[in-house]
Design a protein around this ligand. Structure first.
Ligand SMILES: [Zn+2]
Length: 325
């Protein structure tokens, strides 16, 4: 049962029940709600006044950290770009120059850069941050393509280098005898008076004299194509060096290789002798390039001293010293 409030009436000198009219009830309710609202607003304001700075401070710290990391990333991307540029320069100006290969055209190096925008889906916002992210994606994509082209270039250069290496190893480039074993170098490449027929005859090789039995070496990598005895050459060995080169070694006392055998530069292929049309122990050394005999002297070991090489060239021009015919 609701409590009834009483008030003292000074006119009637009696306690009389307080009868609340609806207007007063509404006024009281409005007052209560007003005070409640004020209290609620006060609490909310106090909450935000205290807590918001903490949240903002945290966000500011996070933002600062992200910016520092972004700057570091940006710095690393710039360094990477510089390094790739250096690799490209070294590739074009050093490796390709040494290997005698054309530099990669800039249009090829830039291949795939540009064209349709593969990042259009990312470009959904025009904020500065979104633009930074988009640009970074583009730079990384460009670097990825440059790296791919550079890697392919190194693969190509490796193959070219292997082939050049094979060519350098195959090309006849040393003396067929150990220099200390050489007694003298006789007739060289060219026309000379034939010792028996007394008329000019072309001498197609270089005669090098050494003691009987001294080793004769392959002057480059290759495959033995001929080992035989012929009336004029005596025991002779032919080596196919590929790249159009062939060498022949005649008048051997014996050969140590078989047809079809692979030899490396410096391998012993036989021994000094005087078989066939020969007047004294020596090797008749021939060099054939693309089917034509050429002078072997310019292909001899470049490690010889100038004096030694000069002696050989001088002797090879001395056609009176005839060792074979
Ligand atoms: Zn000869």
């Amino acid at each position: 049962m609701a409590k009834i409030k009483f008030t003292y009436n000074t006119e009637t000198c009696r306690y009389e029940p307080v009868i609340l009219k609806p207007k007063h009830v509404m006024s009281n309710i409005a007052g209560f709600l007003g005070v409640s609202l004020m209290i609620a607003l006060g609490i909310t304001y106090a909450y935000h006044s205290y807590f918001t700075p903490v949240k903002e401070t945290r966000l500011l710290v996070e933002n600062h950290d992200i910016k520092a990391q972004w700057d570091l990333l940006d710095h690393n991307i710039t360094s990477l770009t510089d390094e790739i540029k250096q690799l490209e320069i070294r590739d074009d100006n050093i490796y390709r120059t040494i290997l005698d290969v054309e530099p990669i055209a800039s249009t090829v190096r830039q291949a795939g850069v540009g064209g349709s925008d593969p990042f259009q889906d990312i470009n959904t916002s025009d904020t500065r941050e979104s633009e930074m992210v988009l640009n970074t994606y583009k730079v990384l994509d460009k670097l990825k393509k440059q790296m791919y082209i550079q890697t392919r270039s190194y693969d190509d250069l490796e193959k070219i280098l292997d082939e050049k290496q094979r060519m350098w190893n195959s090309k006849p480039a040393i003396y067929p005898l150990n220099y200390k074993d050489i007694r003298r170098t006789g007739s060289g490449f060219g026309w000379r008076s034939h010792p028996i027929f007394k008329r000019l005859k072309f001498h197609s090789g270089l005669d090098i004299s050494a003691a009987h039995g001294k080793p004769i070496y392959a002057t480059g990598d290759g495959i033995i194509t001929t080992t035989r005895y012929s009336k004029s050459y005596g025991n002779v060995v032919y080596i196919d060096h590929d790249f159009g080169y062939e060498t022949r070694y005649a008048h051997m006392s014996a050969f140590t290789v078989k047809e079809g055998q692979t030899v490396k530069r410096g391998d012993v292929i036989g021994y000094i002798g005087s078989t066939g049309w020969s007047t004294s122990p020596h090797v008749h050394y021939e060099l054939v390039h693309n089917g034509k005999h050429i002078d072997p002297v310019p292909y001899l070991n470049k490690n010889l001293s100038e004096e030694e090489l000069e002696k050989i060239i001088e002797a090879s021009n001395e056609h009176d010293l005839v060792m074979d015919y």
